[in-house]
Design a protein around this ligand. Sequence first.
Ligand SMILES: [Zn+2]
Length: 852
Amino acid sequence: MLKKSILFLVVALSVWSCAVDTKSGSIPHPSEYFGREIGDPGVLIPHSKILEYYRFMEERSDRVKVVEIGETTEGRPFYYAIVTSPENHARLDNLINMNSNLYDPRGVSDGEIQQIVREGKTFMVANHQIHSTEVGASQGALLMAHRMATGDDHEVSRILDNVVLIHVPVHNPDGQERVYEWLDKWRGTEHENSRPPFLYQKYVGHDNNRDWYMFTQVETQLSIEIQNKFHPQFTLDQHQMGSRGARIFVPPFEDPWEPGIDPALIASNNMIGTYMGQYLTSRGLKGVEWKNRYDAWTPARAYYHYHGGVRILTEVAGANFADELDIPFDSLGSDYQRLRWNFPMPWEGGTWTFKEIVNYHYTSSMAALLAGADLREQLLAGMAASQKRSVEPGEDSPFAFIVPYNQTDPPTATKLLQVLEMADVEIEKAQTSFSVAGNKYGEGSHVIKFAQPAGRFAKTVLERQDYPKIFMYEGGPLDPPYDVTAHTLPLLMNVDVDFVYEPFSANLTKVDEIQFPKGSVTGGRNTVAWLLDPRVNHSYSAAVELAKHGLTRVMDRFTVGGTVWPAGTFVLQRRSSDEMTGEMAGLVKDVASRFHIDITGVDNLPNVSLKPVIAPKVAIYQSYSPSMPEGWFRWVLDEHKIPYDILHYDDINDARLTNYSILFLPPGGGSPKMMVEGQTNVENSTPPAYADGIGEEGVDALDKFVQGGGTLYTWSGAWRFLQQYMNVDVKAVNDGLDRTEFNIPGSLLRVNVDTSHPLGFGLTDETAIFFRRDSAWPANMGDANVIASYPADDLLLSGWIQGEDVLVNQAAMVEIPRGKGRMVMTGFYPEYRGQAHQTYKMMFNAIFYAGD
Ligand SMILES: [Zn+2]
């Protein structure tokens, strides 16, 4: 099917190439160019063809320039197009420069700023289709691109004169192509429009729009590069939502706004969204809704808000991928059956077609561009106000954030600094030690001044969040948050960061590039053993390599050379022959430098209990109902060079499982029943190869695996499988409570960790964990060992909590011994979105603990 349609495209293309050569300069409409009507059922133009069309337009239009800036995770080209008038193209560097002066007004006079506001251009990024299964946005983008390249009406001229459009027609090319291939493959069969059984971004799937402050994925990094180059006044971010509400959502956003965002930007957001909704409504597009559901709390979706710009989210009602859906009026939500001030023209229901979806995407893109043109001066003034206040903040603002030189886990502290660096935050380094407010900071400490263009970004990711309590109405219940509420990186990564309010001076120089520590090895000829610190995440990467050279772990705290080492310290004893060959010493040196860690050589090893580290044999269960935590965990392991295999339902048998010491069972891959019995949905059914379950034989194989010494590790909701199929007779303490009694939609909570237990090695006694609609269990659970538990009070470290008492003194992570093996239940997300570096160790430890 797919091959046929590509062939068809190629034929259509060659026909068009001929036609165009004779009519030099003309650019056919995408429907003509591709020989298929854009918006017709099942017509989806893949990323590679959109790029081709853009290249085609570039050759024939002096309004379009295509820039390829890198490769996606799977190696596809990542590009954007600059679309503006030929006059603006000719002075683009100058325009970018003027805009940079708005973004960073230091050294720019008020007069110059006013001149830029009068004469500068609106920079707008259109970031289409970040979510690949929301299939309409890139198709509407094609229509918008064509009109911008060819139109000569008064709207297009106004836009071209006033706006520099930076167009990313497909934010996630890998996913867009793979999803389109999937839909194409099954079109016309009984599996038509079945959901793709894979994550549409290799690691993070739908979470790819939750990565905009951690920048873990290549596509996010490239997008940030675009932001930092152009400093857009606003970024259009097009999505699709459910089918039974509004036809399209445009800002204003719902409360709360994160308080670090400049008020002028909040007002700009309201202004653009209101303009766009008016544009759509006055052109007869029904069902426009302002202000509902979507808020502006987390920077994970809104990098722009901390860089002088605004995020304009649109959400168009979805249908059945590229096919229509019948939506009778009375099946719409009751709020959508009546006129409201923020929903002035209800939609009458009926057939919701793909053509309409594409048209809503296209028209809202045009509306955004016109807002950029008509509101140009106001938008530039808004950015100017925001950035002036960023570089000259008020008196009660922090003066600086200090990242002290001495950190428990230096490579992880470096990663935090690299996040700030990527976000255009200026970082300085102390050349000599200095003192502030009674604290002494060593040479090499990093200082981040708040007064700088991106200072607000640093503040929001470094501070603790205090999510406001908003009541539905006076005296009514709390309005629960739309999304997660905490993003405090020092807690997630266990990095010390101090907030300083009084101005101070120190011998500081600007850092050009944040670099990992070099790594070091101490000791010499008399060294009998090398010690690797279990508090350092990269030690676990080194341990993977050293496991085959006789690596061991110390089971208790011990002291050597006056230094106390925690339980779980990795010890590599030197063979006596090494004094001659130096092979081990060379290996240790190499590992220290590659993983940027300090390895300590000791001349004597006290009498401690050592356990051999067995080379890990890791498997991850991958459901065909794709799980984002599964993908994030794979990303964490790849980052740490820890090898693993992927198992699907048909791999869960005795023969396969004997190859592994630990099996990770991630949450979010469908219900336990589905895992065992397979998928049973009738409509849009999953193709058989992806639909089956592990069966009763699979359950037996897992039981045998554990009894025989394997570790079955579950996190977040995955423990339900143990409860329903593996005879773990326990209920969660929050089971059966409704959302008014207990609701933690995504917060950082404090737990006490048993750091003497092999699963708690290397953690701090008090650790921050990321809890999102998760579970806790009774502290006393028969023969289970409690690894982490909630304290008696002050559970909330950052974010929002309702029903804190439910968790007090209860178990957060437990080990259940079974036969020669064990099952682990972790009632939170230890891998949380590539951010929870501190709790990665709860998974790494399990890997090295397994099979002993
Ligand atoms: Zn979306």
